[in-house]
Design a protein around this ligand. Structure first.
Ligand SMILES: NC(=O)c1ccc[n+]([C@@H]2O[C@H](COP(=O)([O-])OP(=O)(O)OC[C@H]3O[C@@H](n4cnc5c(N)ncnc54)[C@H](OP(=O)(O)O)[C@@H]3O)[C@@H](O)[C@H]2O)c1
Length: 450
């Protein structure tokens, strides 16, 4: 693999640079937000505009490699607002972007990133074994994130936003990648009747909750709206998440209006595509239009895997702010967490306590019991505290006022690194459902997944 990558790397650089020396582009622009390149195409899209890969650059040498599956490093770096210079003497290309620079010498297995040596045949060099130039390494070094969609053979390079989104335990919130503040603990509405939803929301808001998580498919949005109205809390004090079902992805505008009607609200704080089924591309674009229309503040995804998330990134003008997926001590979602992090997308855990019917098994786990005893708290609080410390927004569901109060009282203690590690050992690496994605839209009435 190493030899293969190096040979291709070398070939690519020879093709790009060795015809003649390239003058450095002194002008460094602010940099594109999104670059899309499709293997085999001589055209790329830079912030929505088509750009010919070989004609844009008024350089003294060709910047295009259309041969085989090689992508043009130079075009990418320039689109990022960077510059490329080449030394014939040392056979070295110097790529500069922002405060960073990369020196790549033909035939070398390592590069210099800000004067520090980096081995080039590490995983980021190759995108799914298919894109042969170190686009990923270069993009990531320059603060961009890279997604790859195998189905369309497309690489999407996006300026990473707010990638360090960290939880503020004082305000109990996180700044999403669009700057909107989202509470980090809330209450979930799955399986609740409208009456139960109203009561749970009412109690939650009375206890100081700010975040409510519902969905069109839960059939209890009217109850949520009634609970909000009953609690009499100012609209701007609360954050309402709801989700669109795949059958509505082709008429998001109508679905959003109906949702607002049911909730009795004028805007939704966070709207998610509930499942990666049906025409989720149209669904996502519909949500972007709803943001532009002022009906929705933030948008995100639920139950999307890397592949379907990357497909969204290919068309997205708005980076998903939140990814809601199953996560709890049995299923840490480590890979998806890393994947989402590069876009500053925050993970929101569903089944945070293990899910209805499974919570007692979770609360009886020896590790959880031992830690709960050590802190003199209950097992649910340990699990919820773990979520917050790994960066999961948690939305435990409950119809029990005592539980509702307990679940927001998890800010007075902290799990040690050792305790966090013990909980890491509980990870089974899989959850309750495999959503797959991309296939038939599940029947709304008979589909039993959450
Ligand atoms: N995006 C998706 O596809 C998806 C899928 C599933 C869920 N969700 C969202 O995630 C939310 C959470 O999931 P979930 O409600 O299904 O599962 P969960 O939060 O893991 O578990 C809920 C269960 O925990 C119990 N519980 C809550 N607090 C407790 C406490 N302090 N002590 C003891 N038991 C406690 C509840 O019983 P009591 O009612 O008796 O308190 C209920 O049986 C949902 O409500 C929904 O909003 C999203």
């Amino acid at each position: 693999m190493k030899k293969y990558a190096l040979a291709l790397l070398s070939a690519a650089y020879s093709l790009i640079f060795s015809l003649c020396a390239l003058a450095a582009n002194e002008e460094q622009g602010s940099g594109a937000k999104k670059i899309i390149m499709q293997i085999g195409s001589s055209v790329m899209t830079v912030d929505g505009e088509k750009r010919s890969i070989d004609s844009d650059s008024a350089q003294t040498a060709p910047s295009i490699v259309r041969d085989r599956t090689l992508l043009p490093v130079r075009a990418v770096v320039e689109a990022m607002g960077g510059s490329v210079s080449w030394s014939d003497d040392t056979q070295t290309a110097v790529l500069k972007c922002g405060d960073s620079d990369i020196s790549l010498t033909i035939g070398n297995a390592s590069a210099l990133l800000n004067n520090e040596s980096v081995v080039l045949d590490v995983e980021p060099v190759i995108i799914n074994n298919r894109t042969m130039l170190p686009i990923r390494f270069i993009a990531e070094s320059f603060g961009y994130a890279v997604g790859w969609v195998g189905r369309t053979q497309t690489v999407t390079i996006i300026k990473a936003e707010n990638a360090d989104a960290s939880f503020d335990f004082k305000s109990r919130s996180v700044a999403l990648n669009n700057g909107v503040e989202m509470p980090i603990v809330g209450i979930g509405m799955f399986t609740l009747t409208p009456e139960q939803a109203e009561n749970s929301v009412y109690h939650a808001l009375s206890y100081g909750y700010k975040l409510i998580d519902t969905a069109n498919a839960y059939n209890n949005e009217e109850g949520v709206g009634a609970g909000i109205a009953r609690a009499g809390v100012a609209r701007e004090e609360i954050f309402v998440t709801t989700k669109l079902w795949p059958t509505d992805y082709e008429d998001v505008d109508g679905a959003v209006d109906e949702t607002l009607e049911r909730l009795g609200l004028e805007y939704i704080d966070l709207l998610l595509l509930h499942q990666p089924f049906g025409d989720y591309i149209a669904g996502y674009q519909g949500m972007e239009a709803a943001v532009a229309a002022g009906k929705v503040r933030s948008i995100g995804l639920s139950n999307f895997n890397e592949e379907s998330f990357a497909e969204i990134m290919e068309v997205a003008d708005i980076t998903p702010a939140v990814l809601q997926v199953e996560s709890n001590p049995w299923f840490h979602q480590t890979e998806m967490r890393e994947y989402a992090k590069q876009y500053g997308t925050v993970i929101n855990a569903w089944f945070p306590l293990g899910g209805r019917g499974q919570t007692q098994a979770m609360f009886s786990e020896p590790t959880i019991v031992e830690i709960a005893e050590a802190h003199d708290v209950n097992p649910a609080q340990v699990v919820l505290r773990w979520h917050l410390q790994i960066g999961n927004i948690a939305i435990p569901g409950s119809t029990n006022p005592e539980h509702i109060l307990e679940n927001i009282s998890n800010f007075n203690f902290e799990l040690t690194n050792e305790e966090m590690e013990k909980i890491s050992a509980m990870d089974r690496g899989h959850g309750s459902f495999d959503f797959g994605g991309g296939g038939e839209v599940p029947n709304f009435n008979s589909f039993e997944a959450p």
